[in-house]
Design a protein around this ligand. Structure first.
Ligand code: NAD
Length: 421
């Protein structure tokens, strides 16, 4: 396995490149194919001038990176954050390509973002940023070209603004241009729960490998937001003991399992998960080291690193977040025999139901929630075993297997299409 330079450990694009090269080498991909697969197909940087509420003009920077369109239109979220960078967009766009290929969706990968701090912007300012950003990237997005979705600090309201701006320019209502929309604007039932639900399905299958029945399983979850909160709620409903939740200000622990609904209510009322009745406060570091069957990082990237990977006490890491494990930490987890369900598989439930939303928009016919969840389960479980089969056949760990499966599928599409020159 290739090892990164220590200084690069936290650069997501460098981490993505290491995983890519490892898988490409195992697949014996030729140099030309490697060059195509690792080079983003399109990178757009745009200036977003808007008038702030106090009358001043500010110019924000936005990006949209399309990594690949070999298997279908590009697909990927849009995030608003002060530390958005082009390298981060490239990494996240390539992960979307591999993620869509692992679960066999007819999509390529993309990611977009705007460098801004939503915490200090009003709703009106966010709407202006969103509409101008949409207008600037309008030529490269569309239901057959590139379909954005929510990501960090964007939500269904942001998607409604993008859909409206796009539709105004096109002179027709085009719901299929984005996913993650509000339900009454072409959104799908089951979409808000989809990523957490997908994590539940793959965790359940991973527990079977260890012959741990759900009723005896213990889980520690980092992040109590869309992915982590929903995974916690769904796991608790299945009788799995969620023993610890870690948030930005610390963690709460109960060896017998936390009452997740009550913890959600407690956070709504107090603004924090800490000091929850019948639980003990812990520091985040202590919590990450707790003995448990499953650790589910569902907050942010670069959480399991070369510094702390040796001190984890779990059997399974299920990566709800994108890029929670750095490349150097991969080696440590592999040496310790920790079973990793890699991000490009574990959190693919979100993009899978986004795909269902796009299909429903194009059909103009909407499915009930039972059908959405059943189809999600089928795709997640089948993909889990596809990756395990690859790992077994090629004698590699799960992450490399997932990348190999994805690269193989994308490379095959490129070969079939041929090079247009
Ligand atoms: P979110 O903002 O809803 O929730 C993230 C939660 O993590 C928040 O409650 C936040 O307070 C907490 N958090 C942030 N930093 C933390 C830290 N250092 N320690 C502990 N908690 C921390 O975001 P989300 O949509 O749940 O996304 C979480 C991760 O999952 C991201 O990496 C995202 O890219 C990935 N992801 C999300 C989806 C989706 O459908 N939402 C799909 C695929 C991947």
């Amino acid at each position: 396995m290739l090892a990164p330079h220590a200084a690069d450990e936290f650069n997501p694009w460098k981490n993505a490149a290491i995983r890519f090269e490892n898988a490409a080498a195992k697949l014996n991909l030729d140099d030309g194919m490697r060059k195509i697969l690792k080079t983003p197909s399109k990178e757009l940087t745009v200036a977003i001038p808007i008038i702030l509420d106090d009358g001043r003009v500010e110019v924000f920077t936005g990006y949209r990176v399309q990594h690949s369109i070999a298997r279908g239109p590009a697909k990927g979220g849009i995030r608003y954050a002060p530390d958005v960078s082009l390298d981060e967009m490239r990494a996240l766009a390539s992960w979307m390509t591999w993620k869509c290929a692992v679960v066999n969706l007819p999509y390529g990968g993309a990611k977009g973002g705007v460098i801004c701090d939503p915490a200090i912007l009003s709703q009106i300012e966010l709407e202006r940023i969103t509409r101008r950003y949409t207008a600037e990237i309008l030529d490269i997005i569309g239901p057959e070209k590139d379909i954005p979705a929510p990501d960090m600090n964007t939500n269904e309201q942001t998607m409604a603004w993008i859909m409206d701006t796009y539709s105004m320019h096109k002179r027709e209502t085009t719901t299929g241009v984005v996913t993650g929309k509000p339900l009454n604007l072409g959104g799908s039932l089951g979409r808000p729960e989809a990523t957490g639900r997908g994590c539940l399905f793959v965790t359940r299958e991973a527990l079977k490998k260890f012959e741990i029945p759900p009723s005896r399983a213990t889980v520690v979850i980092q992040g109590f937001g869309n992915v982590g909160g929903m995974a916690a709620r769904l796991m608790a409903k299945q009788g799995i003991k969620v023993v610890c939740i870690i948030e930005t200000d610390g963690a709460v622990y109960n060896a017998n399992g936390l009452d997740i609904e009550a913890l959600m209510k407690h956070r709504r009322e107090t603004g924090s998960i800490l000091d929850f009745s019948e639980s003990q406060n812990l520091s985040s570091d202590e919590a990450l080291r707790l003995q448990c069957d499953v650790l589910l990082p569902a907050a942010k990237e670069n959480v399991i690193t070369s510094e702390n990977a040796a001190s984890l006490n779990c059997k399974i890491v299920c990566e709800g977040a994108n890029g929670p494990t750095t490349a150097p930490a991969d080696h440590i987890l592999a040496e310790r025999g920790i079973f990793v369900v890699p991000d490009i598989l574990a959190n693919a439930g979100g993009v899978t139901v986004s795909y269902f939303e796009w299909v429903q928009d194009r059909q103009g016919y909407f499915w009930n929630e039972k059908l959405v969840n059943e189809r999600l389960e089928e795709i997640m479980v089948n993909s889990f075993y596809d990756v395990l089969k690859y790992a077994c056949e090629h004698n590699v760990e799960n992450r490399t297997a997932a990348y190999m499966l994805a690269l193989d599928r994308v490379a095959f599409a490129i070969k079939l299409r041929g090079l247009y020159a």
